[in-house]
Design a protein around this ligand. Structure first.
Ligand SMILES: [Zn+2]
Length: 199
């Protein structure tokens, strides 16, 4: 299984976005994970576990079957342990082309509130599916799974995704956003970080 020509272009963009997350301090250590739906059916590319996300390259991404969640070929590396979240998004949102995950501090702080507030009255809500700042924006905030629970977490993710809101949060952990390109996905994370930091 090899990336198509368009896959390669978008995987390069995804590596640029991953480096941007790292340089901002949103994926220090080996945190953060990144994925891209292939132009080939039933396939997406997932970042590997463990590496510094400031130094990814397209050859490191691993092919995963959307139907099974299994590797589509034998590989030397393992996919990110958080791959099931990406899998849940790709199953639930047909238009999701790329999923970006990192740990922005404002979002993490907001998510640890026992009852994280809905957003209201903020211009930036318009970047996250609201028609105006007068609407309320409720971002899904799921209990962070243990590593054991994470292995079977894809159905829960698919269940909580909202049609108009292009991201979900895991409490005390971080945010996953999706879009037609990696750049678009990151822009949703930026909007949420601004919303959380200005509450
Ligand atoms: Zn994470």
């Amino acid at each position: 299984v090899v990336p198509s020509a368009l896959d390669k272009v978008l995987l390069k963009e995804l590596c640029v976005i991953a480096r941007r997350c790292y340089e901002r301090g949103w994926s220090f250590g080996t945190a953060g994970n990144f994925s891209l739906r292939s132009t080939q059916p039933d396939l997406f590319w997932q970042s590997p576990t463990g590496l510094c996300k400031g130094e990814l390259n397209p050859d490191l991404f691993l092919p995963i079957r959307i139907s099974t969640g299994h590797l589509a070929s034998s590989e030397r590396c393992r996919p990110s342990g958080e791959m099931p979240v990406h899998l849940g998004v790709f199953r639930a949102v047909e238009s999701a082309r790329s999923v970006v995950h990192c740990h922005p501090p404002g979002v993490v702080r907001w998510s640890k509130n026992p009852a994280p507030p809905v957003f209201h009255g903020d211009e930036m809500q318009k970047h996250l599916g609201c028609h105006s700042h007068k609407e309320e924006l409720a971002v899904p905030n799921l209990v962070n799974p243990t590593p054991e629970e994470m292995a079977n977490f894809a159905p829960q993710v698919a269940e909580h995704v909202k049609p108009k809101v292009p991201l979900i949060v895991l409490a005390g952990h971080g945010v996953y956003a999706w879009g037609k390109t990696p750049m678009e996905a990151l822009s949703y994370i930026e909007a949420l970080e601004v919303l959380c930091a200005t509450q």
